[in-house]
Design a protein around this ligand. Sequence first.
Ligand code: TYM
Length: 343
Amino acid sequence: MTDNTPAYSGPERVFSGMQPSGDLHLGNYLGALINWVGLQDTHDCIYCVVDLHAITVPQDPETLARQTREIAAAYLASGVDPERSIVFAQSSVPAHFELAWYFNCTARMGWVERMTQFKDKAGKDAERASVGLFTYPVLQAADILAYKATHVPVGEDQKQHLELSRDVADRFNRDFDRPGFFPLPEPIIQGPGARIMSLKDGTKKMSKSDPSELSRINLIDDADTIAKKIRKARTDTDPIPGTEEGLEGRPEVDNLVGIFAALSGRSKSDILSEFEGQGFGAFKPALAELAVESLGPVTNEMRRLMNDPAEIDRALESGAERARAISEPIMDEVRQVIGFWRP
Ligand code: TYM
């Protein structure tokens, strides 16, 4: 797509975000959060609570405010360091609103119409969905490019949105004949946690909108709840295979092995060679123990932070200030590129 146009030559920067529209679950944690933490060692990172995205469907105001803090608490509790990285709420930085409008005028209807997540979320009654839900991926492009971010760590379900962000950046650069003005942001989708599936149906992704609580492990679940959900997770009656090929056609088993691998930082084949030939009577308790051990400290730290929200608020306030300091000069440049009149 970029053929021979000069590439972006600015600094590397990481941007990502999560919606404050329900409890975070194991998919959010393994697909995104643990990678965010690692990236802090090598990159300047910006991690946003995307409250503007949340209001594309109705939200109760009090719940929205509480969940915004809760998501920020989950970031910090997982190891995002608000001194090193920027942590903030999207609505407190005007560049997101502004660039989203410019990009609404850059993105093409056909591109946005192809987005499968809109079709999934709007369901059969797309006519009644908000216009915001439709242009949601355009706002996502604005989030990333308001900071000229070059890398975006996400789970696999965000791949299509990231492709749209690249198309928008490329189109803007071409429309205004400014090659390399915006970077074409690259997704970082990595590890066995990139696509965590429902515990009840290995063909559906783990999601906060699944009506069954047993389908997901939430970050705020206590040890007993985690153990119960793993015990009740769907499996089959065959023993655990010794190789990854043996997982084919067994999506629920594949998913549990993937969760084990992601939580332990080991590969799936390593896990399989440990449990080869065993039944789930041995595997599930081991997985439950690992999950409780890994998530317990995160849950406890989240609870501590939520009991004293001043610490979260300080992080969000200083994060917003730092995010504005980066995005404002970029917005000045963008306005100039577009050609807005200024006295
Ligand atoms: P959201 O809030 O749905 O999810 C947050 C992150 O969690 C990942 N994720 C998963 N990973 C693996 N398995 C799963 N079952 C699973 N479920 C969710 C998501 O891929 C995501 O990384 N549109 C985004 C938020 C957003 C954003 C952005 C992300 C807004 N602006 C800019 C990156 C850059 C979303 O709704 O994520």
